[in-house]
Design a protein around this ligand. Structure first.
Ligand code: 4AD
Ligand code: MG
Length: 460
């Protein structure tokens, strides 16, 4: 028997008696995809399809089924004259999301969702689906409880396809430009981005933390590889639930020797521009399905992006009536207001040292500020990248560690990097879900990740 040509499934009578299942030989040797056959090229051809029931209704002697597979949807019509009355009756009470296989002929049909439909010759149910828990109109918490099923929705599917292309392009950018990919640890001994958002874990007899950022390890790796990048999960125990914070997110980070802040900002903007370009190239139908404004994205392909200093950001905000003073951090609200000034991503640079991490290099000639930069996405989205030139002097770094109330002993190995052949260097981290949120035009970060994690929820 050639197993390629058979599939295993329960036949109808075995549904109530799951012990019995049968091997049903089917004659298909090639399976088509729903989206591919919605084309004049396929009209008149017999195709085989497999997928899930997205919608169905039975009218007269015909079952109209919208089948969904990984490529999209297609209407299939099972007429009792072709498949028998019993088959059509069966589809009358078959549940949404049941899985089916079928064989039929492609015809043009302007009334069908894609303009084409398949007239069924043979059809069978592979997996029943009684009472699918999502019927439409449910609330957010209910859909999050049923996330393992809700991820089948077209909206989330289209977003995941966009994310695939964001990740592919992100990796592609670094590979094409000869950066080394490295694999930093997730279990770590100390904080990068402040103790407040650390996730402690029991590490044998000791306490360890889930990584907030690979940065410190990437810094160690530039002394051999010079230009390195990594894509890893990062963890932040964010105290409150917001539209743009996850407890676990994907972090694309870069670090390079001999780069100053401006050099690293150029890498950051080229990377974002490259990703947007690739998404525009590969995800038109997904962006259209989500109703995304394509022109807003096109504007983000052109580099360089505008740059403003923190000082100017404060002036703009004050002019707009925001109650903010030099030295205050920019929150989501302030960032949203700043984005009204730009129609593409833009940088804010030279933040006060007290609101930024210990590792940022002080601005020469202005020790109140650091050589740090954020890249903000337009249309209200705000920060998608945080980066800086790093303090490369041993004594100044030690001073900063103490100044921020950190224990120098926790950073002995990191300080070593400034003892043995220190070099000027810079880096940044890009939040993948933040980027996907903006590119896809989402109003909440939870839909940029299949199984979102945030305070109060770790299910499913
Ligand atoms: O600005 P952050 O905290 O910078 C760092 O972690 C640096 N050590 C990175 C580096 O220089 N290698 O985080 C970087 C980016 C943010 O700009 C944001 O896009 C994302 O990570 N991010 C989050 N995304 C989702 N949920 C959260 N809770 C996030 N916190 C940060
Ligand atoms: Mg930041």
């Amino acid at each position: 028997m050639r197993y390629k040509h058979i599939i295993l499934f329960y036949n109808k009578t075995s549904y109530n008696n799951l012990e019995v299942y049968v091997i049903v030989p089917i004659t298909c040797t090639e399976w088509s995809k729903a989206s591919e056959i919605s084309s004049d090229k396929y009209v008149g051809k017999t195709v085989c399809l497999r997928g899930w029931i997205y919608r169905r209704r039975v009218i007269g002697g015909k079952a109209f089924i919208v089948l969904r597979d990984s490529s999209g949807i297609i209407q299939v019509v099972a007429d009792k004259r072709d498949v028998g009355e019993e088959k059509v009756r069966e589809f009358k009470d078959i549940g949404l999301e049941a899985s089916i296989v079928l064989k039929g002929k492609v015809v043009k049909q302007p009334r069908a969702p894609t303009g084409y439909e398949v007239h069924v010759e043979e059809i069978d149910i592979v997996g029943y689906s009684r009472d699918f828990p999502i019927k439409g109109g449910e609330g957010i918490e209910y859909l999050l409880d049923n996330r393992h099923l809700w991820i089948r929705s077209r909206r989330l599917t289209e977003i995941m396809k966009i994310k695939h292309h964001v990740l592919k392009a992100g990796r592609g950018y670094f590979i094409e430009n000869d950066w080394w990919e490295v694999t930093p640890p997730i279990l770590t001994a100390s904080a990068v981005e402040g103790g407040a958002t650390l996730f402690p874990v029991k590490y044998f007899e000791k306490k360890a933390y889930l990584s907030q950022s690979a940065q410190l390890y990437l810094e160690a790796l530039i002394f051999s590889l010079e230009k390195v990048w990594s894509l890893t999960p990062s963890f932040r125990a964010e105290k409150s639930r917001t539209r743009r914070h996850l407890a676990e997110y994907w972090h694309l980070e870069a670090e390079a020797a001999w780069y100053n802040m401006e050099g690293m900002m150029r890498v950051a903007e080229e990377l974002v521009s490259y990703i947007v370009e690739k998404v525009l190239e590969n995800c038109r139908s997904q962006l259209e399905f989500l109703g995304r404004d394509i022109n807003a994205l096109k504007r983000a392909v052109e580099v360089p992006y505008p740059r403003i200093k923190y000082d100017e950001a404060i002036e703009i905000l004050q002019r707009k009536g925001v109650n903010i003073e030099w030295g205050d951090d920019l929150g989501a609200d302030e960032e949203r207001i700043l984005t009204q000034e730009f129609d593409r991503p833009f940088f804010v640079t030279h933040f006060p040292k007290d609101i930024k991490s210990f590792y940022m290099k002080l601005t020469p000639g202005d020790p109140r500020t650091v050589l740090g930069f954020d890249l903000l996405a337009p249309e209200g989205y705000g920060e998608i990248i945080g980066g800086s030139e790093r303090e490369d002097d041993y004594n100044r770094l030690l001073e900063k560690i103490k100044e921020q109330g950190l224990n120098p002993e926790d950073y002995t190995w990191y300080l070593d990097l400034r003892k043995y052949g220190s070099v000027p260097h810079s880096g940044f981290g890009l939040g993948i879900e933040r980027l996907v949120m903006w590119i896809a035009g989402l109003d909440h970060i939870r839909d940029a990740i299949p199984f979102p994690r945030f305070r109060g929820r770790i299910y499913p």
